[in-house]
Design a binder for this molecule. Sequence first.
Ligand code: BES
Ligand code: MN
Ligand code: MN
Length: 458
Amino acid sequence: MDAAVAYARENAPRFLEDLKALLRIPSVSTLPEHQGDVEAAAEWIAENLRHIGMEHVEVIRGEGHPLVYADWLHAAGQPTCLCYAHYDVQPPDPLDEWITPPFEPTRRGDNLYARGAVDDKGQLVTQLKALESLLQSGDRKLPVNIRVLYEGEEEVGGEHIAAFVSQHPDRLQADFALISDTEMFAPELPTLCVGLRGMIYTELEVRGAKTDLHSGMFGGTAPNPFVALAQIVCGLKDRDGKILIPGFCDDVQKPSAEELKAWHSLPFDEEKYRRDEMGAPALVGEKGYSVIERLWARPTLDVHGVMGGFTGAGAKTVIPAKATAKISMRLVPDMHPEKAFRQYSDYVQAICPAGVTVSTRLIHSGEPSVLSTDNPWIRAATRAMKKVWNKDTVFIRSGGSIPVVGDFARHLKIPSVMMGFGLPDDGIHAPNEKFHIPNFHRGIESVVRLFEESARQG
Ligand code: BES
Ligand code: MN
Ligand code: MN
């Protein structure tokens, strides 16, 4: 065993305490009242990077939440890895469903419970601790050159990191990126994610009368924006889950027969997925596609919330003047956000009922991505994981989105290695999010091994 791995094992309890400290900072990027906390999380990370011996540590402030940058570029002749993770988290609500409070990290059994435990602070800290283990043991050097770039607004679309990457490709020059923000297909199954869905996140607003109206005096003659909104929403997708927006699915790339075969040979129990991970009475979705295809290779359309009108405890007889809904679509290769948004907006206008007007607004968007597995960095990652997990790596896609992966490919022209240690039942974005603690520690060792394996031999 090498010095870095020995160091990681000796310091395992402290590593977990450090993660807990970061988890106590409620860095919820979407809520303005937490802006100071997002800032504090960035500072915490920058301080840690300085402490472990990274150089040029900088909290980059601009519009939006800060980026944290650092590098260590003394491995002459060796490749450079750009390490990415995000330190912002989703809002913790509904609060009353948490067994212990979301920002008081608590160990129960082998799990650490907190908002952001695995998405993505726990995984960010696997990188920090891998770097520390290499920089504070043995010859105190990294086997490859490292740049880190951590983001505080991934959960709200990552607009500013996209701008930074496109404007400063020189500052991010690297041979490949390590993205620590994905999950394993199943416990004990080392996994690399090689495809993500993109998305467009929109707000749809329906307006009727110039003001709220008495539903007795005007009911029967006045347009109701909520009913119209429901009619529009029902027009977007049929009961079999097929998206009805004309042309929307035209650019969907069919997975190859080989990919489908590999996906369907993964250990997947549909009934267990429905019952244990989802807990819903039935799975739904497009006819003619398997669950895995629906998750990884088909677009979606979902409603996240509907706002407006009277929502208080009692009763109020009103016909509201407007109704609004948050609606997003996940995109798959080779769909494009701008085109998808145009098709959606045009169709919404076309199916808008009489008596109301409708408008659509794009809140954020990100490209889908699919990565080739045929590069030395993916091979280094599979060797690294074999050492830690003693098993061959499986390649999966994920239904989730990490917009920066597309930006790295487009502007830096580098492949990404998406090596993540979440588990399917970690409850990301949900109450009682957790990180399986053994995965935190094996994640650290896997990152150490990846850096070692990606160094040029001889
Ligand atoms: N880490 C997730 C994405 C993810 C989830 C990847 C599961 C692989 C497996 C990320 O933090 C996330 O939640 N992304 C958002 C992005 C969006 C707001 C642009 C998502 O997918 O909803
Ligand atoms: Mn994430
Ligand atoms: Mn997330």
